[in-house]
Design a protein around this ligand. Structure first.
Ligand code: GLN
Length: 520
């Protein structure tokens, strides 16, 4: 019998194979059993993909036998070189298509919609040896910061089950944090990977726009959406993103950036050689110049969070990096820009759900000459409706110039400001979230308060730049409203310039080690 730790890494699982302690089918069964047990309380899983998992696991079993037969003593090294995610059970957010499976984007309007084809990201993970075991809960059409906007269920934060796991990829974060899967895919339009990662003490990345194909990912705001991994450590995250990235002929916004692909592969090799062979802290590069943004470390940020980020900056300074203060005055408008541009794209993208195409059972029961209206009325929850109305308003004739066009102009200036900032510094350090994971129900009736959760994360979507959230440790937090204290996680965010995805991983990797050394 083999054992698996509570939050296993990819390496831990693959060592089971190397040491002949388990087969991929056995490991998959183990995770399915564990997940069904754990998820009674967490409620992160919408559906298990057991039949598919069995097929993918069997494929891996056969592959393992084949490599053992053909490659001799180096079979394992050869195997993971060809299949870097070999035998790893993972979960996928419910807005990513998997052929033949029900996929709903957390919405009733797609309740029993079955995908006709698979997303590129799913196919890439499959080709790398991953085993899909479940589809995870999310805010409806990825709109929200707590996963409470799901039409199906409320997911609980595994670190404190009275609290939300963040959102909109809250289900993906919760399955990884509760050990139900080794990693999960999420999507990030304004922070939906990074904020749940911060709330669940995980690593989550939003890559440079275009690094990862959006083909087969249900669109929220197409010019901002990116898929990325949620993992237990930085190395795993890097490994999964390396598999995901690259040009896809099916998505003409996806990009081939050969230097970045190469440098990501080199970083994987470097960490692989160093980290697993040394107890000392590992540096990954020449010292960076790291910017701290005044506007994002002031009022409105919980003092414990602010202090922790400053402490990390100080440690990074002691470690040889240079720290500089930075002004990015336009970040205070980022929220306004985002909620203007994003809602317009949402209104347009969600037009296709009309009750005729992508029909579902809820809709087919409607006997009504006004089918379109009734279908949308019954099928959409409050948040999509709110955003469709806002987006329709600000893109309608007479208002277009005042809202959409203006927001677009300010966004272009924000992009310039970011470009200029990255001429002065290599990377920027901010909190991922200004607040701790909040209690379930605490904000669900206050959309504006919920929108404010995104203040730290949306700028990188608007500026197309990469950003990663890495755990900055736990603190004991006293909740003034609930009058009780609990141990809650803090996320530290590293922002980089466009195509600086390798750089954000380098710094995140050092922060991960620092936090471990500091025993936070
Ligand atoms: N919380 C943000 C929103 O509600 C982010 C959503 C996302 O990144 N998908 O728009």
């Amino acid at each position: 019998m083999f054992s698996v730790s509570k939050n296993p890494t990819i390496r831990e699982i693959q060592l089971l194979y190397k040491q002949n302690k388990a087969t991929p089918s056995q490991v998959t069964q183990f995770f399915l059993n564990r997940s069904k047990q754990v998820d009674k309380e967490i409620k992160a899983v919408l559906r298990y993909t057991e039949d598919l998992a069995a097929i993918e696991a069997e494929f891996c079993d056969n592959l393992m036998n084949q490599y053992k037969e053909e490659k001799g003593s180096a079979w394992f090294e050869e195997l993971i070189k060809d299949y870097p995610l070999f035998g790893i059970p993972y979960s996928i957010k419910d807005n990513i298509l998997v052929e033949g499976e029900v996929v709903t984007s957390g919405s009733k309007i797609l309740q029993d919609y079955k995908s006709a084809y698979s997303a590129t990201v799913y196919l890439k993970i499959k080709q790398a040896g991953g085993i899909l075991i479940s589809q995870t809960n999310q805010d409806e059409f990825a709109m929200g910061s707590s996963t409470e906007n799901s039409a199906y269920q409320t997911t609980h934060n595994p670190l404190d089950t009275k609290r939300v796991p963040g959102g909109s990829s809250g289900g993906s974060a919760a399955v990884v944090a509760s050990g139900q899967a080794v990693f999960a895919l999420g999507s990030d339009t304004g922070g939906s990977i990074r904020q749940p990662a911060a709330f669940c003490n995980l690593v989550g990345v939003k890559p440079t726009y275009g690094m990862v194909s959006r083909y087969g990912v249900m669109a929220m705001a197409s010019s901002l959406d990116q898929v990325g991994p949620l993992t237990n450590n930085v190395y795993d995250n890097l490994l999964v993103l390396r598999v995901l990235m690259g040009k896809d002929p099916n998505d003409n916004t996806s990009l081939f950036v050969p230097e970045l692909e190469k440098s990501m592969s080199q970083l994987i090799d470097y960490i692989n050689q160093k980290i697993f062979n040394t107890k000392k802290m590992v540096k990954t590069d020449q010292p960076f110049k790291i910017g701290l943004i005044k506007e994002l470390l002031g009022e409105g940020v919980e003092p414990e969070i602010r202090n922790r980020i400053k402490e990390i900056a100080l440690e990074l300074h002691n470690f040889g990096h240079e720290i500089a203060e930075l002004d990015l005055p336009l970040t205070k408008y980022a929220l306004a820009i985002y909620y203007t541009l994003m809602t317009v794209e949402v209104a347009s993208n969600l037009e296709r759900y009309d009750g005729i195409r992508y029909a579902s059972k809820v809709i087919s029961e409607i006997k009504d000459p006004e089918l379109f209206f009734t279908a949308r009325d019954v099928g959409f929850g409050d948040e999509p409706k709110r955003r469709i109305m806002l987006g329709t308003y600000s893109s309608s004739s007479g208002f277009y110039d005042a809202y959409y066009n203006r927001a677009e102009k300010v966004m272009m200036i924000l992009r310039q400001q970011f470009q200029q900032a990255f001429e002065k510094v290599d990377l920027i350090l901010t909190p991922t979230s200004p607040e701790f994971p909040f209690r379930i129900g605490y904000k669900s009736n206050n959309p504006l308060a919920m929108y404010l959760s995104d203040i730290m994360t949306i700028s990188s979507n608007l500026t197309r730049t990469p950003a990663i959230s890495v755990p900055a440790g736990l603190v004991t937090y006293f909740d003034n409203q609930a009058l009780e204290s609990s141990k809650l996680p803090i996320g530290c965010q590293v922002l980089g310039p466009e195509f600086g995805d390798d750089k954000i991983y380098k710094l995140a990797f050092e922060i991960e080690q620092l936090v471990k050394n500091l025993n936070r």
